[in-house]
Design a protein around this ligand. Structure first.
Ligand SMILES: C[S@@+](CC[C@H](N)C(=O)[O-])C[C@H]1O[C@@H](n2cnc3c(N)ncnc32)[C@H](O)[C@@H]1O
Length: 262
């Protein structure tokens, strides 16, 4: 499958998709992070908050390749070995040689407890849509409001999410996507929004939108995820099969780059 964008930084690691998809969790892995980081125009020594880090692989990539000082937030434990995600973050930070640039905190949005105007950048991928799915739109909006509060004026928010195209759910997939609220395909109708809906939610929280859209490689990332994520590989008739059945008819990957006004 071809994909149009080049990724000079993440391509150094692309030979090991098994590790990338085991240490991240969601479509895109390090390509997604590079795509977002370039759009956000990260600069060395800036203070960046990464919300929803899984094992912190993307967090370490941001520290290593963009020179940012990162705090990674995650309230949960790893579903494979039960260790806090932030412990995996620090293991990866040592492996990447960025332990002096990275701190992990076992906290989640919307209750971050940071002072207002703390960060130059906030990055979050494949996390807030799960908050919407599990806890509803009101809590999703509270997360955006909290991110706005802790960004400094002029600070940049990069939000990447699995989203859906602005079309009805295809008839063969509707019985699957509308079944429940979980993280799997059964909850996706509750989790995922369109780009326009996400832009509107960011605007209500006070953000100015710099750019938003569907990532050009979004379907490629979904496809790659379905072939390399360890949970997809362990259950080829589950999520992986649903993603292949969708084939990009409803699933996409959207992003919003937003600024807190000066
Ligand atoms: C699907 S993973 C995404 C990981 C990674 N950012 C990526 O794009 O592959 C979502 C992560 O968000 C974390 N998470 C869940 N609720 C959260 C919350 N309220 N605040 C911050 N992180 C949360 C989960 O523990 C998980 O590690």
């Amino acid at each position: 499958m071809t994909h149009p964008t080049s990724y000079p930084k993440s391509s150094q690691y692309a030979h090991d998709l098994s590790t990338i998809y085991a240490e991240c969790s969601g479509p895109g892995g390090l390509q997604l992070t590079e795509f977002m980081a370039e759009k956000m125009v990260l600069r060395p020594n800036a203070r960046l908050l990464d919300i929803g880090i899984e094992r912190g692989y993307q967090t370490c990539f941001l520290a290593k390749e963009y020179g940012v000082q990162v705090i990674g937030l995650d309230p949960d434990d790893d579903r494979t070995d039960g260790l806090p995600h932030i412990e995996h973050l620090m293991r990866n930070a040592r492996k990447w040689g960025v332990e002096d640039q990275v701190i992990g905190l076992k906290l989640g949005v919307p209750e971050t407890h940071f002072a207002a105007n703390t960060f130059d950048f906030v990055y979050s991928t494949t996390t807030l849509e799960m908050v919407r799915g599990f806890f509803g739109e009101v809590l999703y909006r509270q997360c955006l409001t909290e991110i706005y509060r802790i960004l400094r004026p002029g600070g940049i928010f990069g939000l990447g999410e699995p989203m859906h195209l602005d079309v009805s759910i295809p008839a063969d997939l509707a019985p699957i996507y509308t079944q429940g609220d979980g993280a799997g395909p059964e909850g996706w109708a509750k989790c995922f929004a369109t780009v326009n809906e996400t832009v509107a939610a960011c605007r209500v929280s006070g953000f100015e939108i710099i750019e938003a859209g569907e990532a050009p490689d979004g379907w490629h990332w979904w496809d790659e995820f379905s072939r390399n994520d360890p949970h997809c590989k362990a259950d080829p008739d589950g999520e992986a099969k649903v993603i292949q059945q969708d084939g990009g008819r409803w699933l996409t990957y959207g992003y919003v780059i937003a600024r807190k006004p000066e």
